[in-house]
Design a protein around this ligand. Structure first.
Ligand SMILES: [Fe+2]
Ligand SMILES: [Fe+2]
Length: 261
């Protein structure tokens, strides 16, 4: 599949939540498991700009299609974080800059080292882009699935609408990363080997590097530990299987077993 960056450029937009009735949560509040999940999603969405920084220290910054996408990707993810923040605020919870600052403070050292390590490793091989794009595809698939599961579990009319709009934009992020991954892996055995190794050894669920393990465990249990959740995890694994040279990794199902145990 070819991703049309010009079409994405035209379509990209701040998440439309002008008609979302955040006050409705006062009469019909969300339960604690849903709010705990939303805190995680808020923090991870707002961390996107830091993920983007780590990508921009790689040769990706030389590719104008890539930098165009990343610009709008970070913009859209920011507004996902803001919208989720409004849901948290409607429940009297801290959100936005207060939570974001706390996450960044927790990871000061890691955040200082990560771009340097990424810059060095990405300069050692031409195939680092394949790893990063595949990693992005896996994370966007998992993110969209997470929202879909949260929608099903919480089943709250206002949250449903918001999550559906977020998921629509996540779908376009999936299209970009998966088409990039497909193109960079196709016919390139070295890229396939490196990507297999990197994902198999180092991949962890979205947000696992910045959120406490207890919160990753909560998400795994709340969203993916039942039959429907496990089927969705297996479906993402089948999508990964279809990328050139990546069959049989079982990343998502293994992660559910590991964290939901
Ligand atoms: Fe998002
Ligand atoms: Fe996304």
């Amino acid at each position: 599949m070819k991703f049309d960056i010009d079409a994405y450029k035209k379509r990209t937009a701040r998440l439309d939540d002008g008609d979302i009735d955040y006050d409705a949560f006062a009469d019909q509040p969300l339960d604690s498991a849903t709010l705990r999940t939303l805190r995680y999603m808020h923090d991870v969405e707002h961390h996107t700009v830091c993920y983007m920084r780590d990508l921009l220290v790689t040769p990706a910054h030389n590719d104008p299609e890539m930098t165009t996408f990343l610009t709008f990707w970070a913009f859209e993810e920011f507004w996902h974080g803001e919208a989720i923040g409004k849901v948290l605020a409607a429940h009297g919870e801290p959100s936005g800059r207060v939570r974001v600052a706390a996450v960044r403070t927790r990871h000061k050292l890691r955040d200082a080292v990560a771009p340097i390590a990424t810059m060095i490793t990405s300069s050692m091989t031409d195939n680092f882009g394949a790893v990063h794009m595949t990693w992005g595809a896996v994370n966007e698939w998992l993110t969209q699935a997470g929202y879909s599961r949260l929608r099903a579990r919480a089943n709250h009319p206002v949250l449903n609408t918001l999550l559906e709009r977020i998921m629509k934009q996540e779908g376009r992020h999936i299209d970009f990363y998966s088409s990039q991954a497909e193109r960079r892996l196709a016919g390139n055995r070295a890229a396939q080997r490196l990507t297999r190794m990197a994902l198999g050894r180092f991949w962890a669920p979205v947000g696992a590097t910045i959120m406490p393990r207890s919160e990753v465990v909560h998400l795994a249990n709340y969203l993916f530990a039942d039959d429907e959740g496990r089927e969705i995890a297996a479906r993402i694994d089948r999508r990964i299987d279809r990328l050139p040279g990546l069959s049989g990794l079982g990343l998502i199902s293994n992660a559910v077993e590991r964290y939901a145990a």
